[in-house]
Design a binder for this molecule. Sequence first.
Ligand code: NOJ
Length: 718
Amino acid sequence: MRCVGLEFEEQINRLLAGMTRRQKVGQLVQYGSFREYERSLVDKGEIGSLLNFCGSTLVSDIQKAIMHSPNPIPLLIGDDVIHGYATGFPIPLAESCSFDLPLIEETAAIAAREASADGVNMIFAPMVDIARDPRWGRVAEGAGEDPYYGSLVAAARVRGLQRNDWDDRPHVTACPKHYIGYSAAEGGRDYDYTEISEQTLREVYLPPFEAAIQAGAGTVMSSFNDVSGHPASLSHHLLEDVLRKELGFEGPVVTDWESVQQGVAHGVAADDKDAVRIGINSGAEIDMNSGIYDLYAEQLVQEGAISEERLDEAVRRILRVKFALGLFEQNQTTPEKAAAIHRCPSHVETARQMARESIVLLKNDGAMLPLDKKAGRLAVIGFLADSQGDALGCWQCKTKKENVVTPLAGIRSRVSPDTQVEYYIGSGILDGSEEEAEKAVEGAARADTVVMVLGEACWMSGENNSRAHLGIPPAQQRLLRRVCAVNPRVVLVLMNGRPLTLTWEQEHVPAILESWQLGDTCGDALADVLFGDYNPSGRLTITFPRCEGQIPLYYNRRTSGRPELIRYLDEETAPLYPFGYGLSYSRFVYGPVSADADRLAAEGAVQVSVTVTNDSAVAGEETVQLYIRDETASITRPARELKGFQKLLLQPHESRRAVFTVTPAMLAFVRADGRLAAEPGYFRVYAGSDSTCEDGVRLLLTEPVQLKPPAAGKDANA
Ligand code: NOJ
């Protein structure tokens, strides 16, 4: 459902005609606090939005107040609802590992429903930044490293957030963020400089935004960062030429927190007033929190530095969203309505399903997992095993840690009555006492099996939480080594917000489960997987490097002229776990990949298929992945790119065929001239269980295919 509201022009013209310039400027102002000053703006009708406010009573009161002001235009109420509002879902990176788009859409819809019951109507999500650097803490908030899959997830999340749930219009506008290139910060340091070529911008960073816009996103958030010399929130090129003209976005741009004002620190604006001039003229319509539009915009229009038309256009874009959301006529929400919706049983059940599907089995030597529920003496070790807050990850919104089922609680509730579960903290997240460590090691030595829950605290990922060392924090790692020395039967459960470097663990621990941060139902979902009530099916959407020195490391890098010579003297070049990787309790065997033709014309399609057999006695789900490599093109192309996937549920010993339809559109890329086109020539199509799969077929595209004309400002004859 589109949330851009182009059909309300008449009402908007009428409103605009009656507004003072001050009132118009107010629509562009968003504040993140509500004190005396903001209250006075509401009373005068000189503010358009607020953020980080919720609570049905409070929001209803504020909306009522503005509707009684001389300029009765309802407020946008923004909030960071990143992975659940009252019901805590897994962090977005975890959800993406499910490869379950309908379920991802559903969790977004639930989050929006719960938030809107509290008066929120603008959700600063989804984060659609393509993340190729695990040092960057915000990898937790997105869908991983792949632009194709990231685009599908972006669209699913926008559809979910803006779903029409209980009448004929969305109640919430999504706000895909952070436009653009924010995740490419050098060194993985949040807010730092990014160097992105126009080519890479179009191949990697823009596609998820385009998908989100096509899915109907009502607003977009511009980012803090400087893209190759252009701070995104003050860049006419990025906001007008690319976002509006090239991607077709018609709604308002909301800047990230004070990012127009930061143009002064970036050195592209002389002072705050200059930043306002550049920001508004460049296409940044809503200024988040700095107050500088409030201070200077009216004066700049008077002085002719910003035209009246530009101001009107900005206000129009904002009003369209307000109409599209039905804010002028919507019934106010009530605490009773909110209480009935928040964490209702079906929301919690969906959270559990999502949590189970998010877990990725990284290693399972000797079929150590699943564990027998009659586990004898089971030692559970680690601070995180019984931490409720950490399982909620970053951006916890209105979730409550009291609602979280910890791994320990989940395990205790699942084992047979005669199983003895003993819990040892062993170590804190960053440090611990020798006494606690010793108790844990002694307990581990006595146990039949040990489950260690180790990883990161919730505050170690998310905004401005970059890490230079990506191992399990040293105190926990030391404990792990000591435990492994006294008991070979160790299951390592990871709770973390980003890929970790796990080379020692991969070598020495027999079973490793990546559980990320699973939210409210963490312990139940983990117990489902640990004891075999659910067969793990998650696949990594981000590469796990062997060590930090390999970063950046992602599967779809461009080809090299000397691939066979690329090396480190002191480390392998391959990752520890590649994109798309994940094990199952079932054993899947692939037959040969075949195609029904070896040539493809402009209007044609080729069916590429592969048979997958479940060669085990356990039903399980396999995610069959399709990758394509363009063998020769006018510019270098990625070594391979994901172009499709299918989840196959296979009963014991069942075989099924995954069939993919390959069309010329799947072979297209943005050429140097800006055209989206497929060039004739050979393509290699691979199908398999992760991004390293080697079996495939070769296809010849016999003629050129153009899908989109050149981008704005590009030479069509180049
Ligand atoms: C800054 C963050 O970068 C952004 O993601 C968030 O939406 C805003 N603050 C508002 O809280």
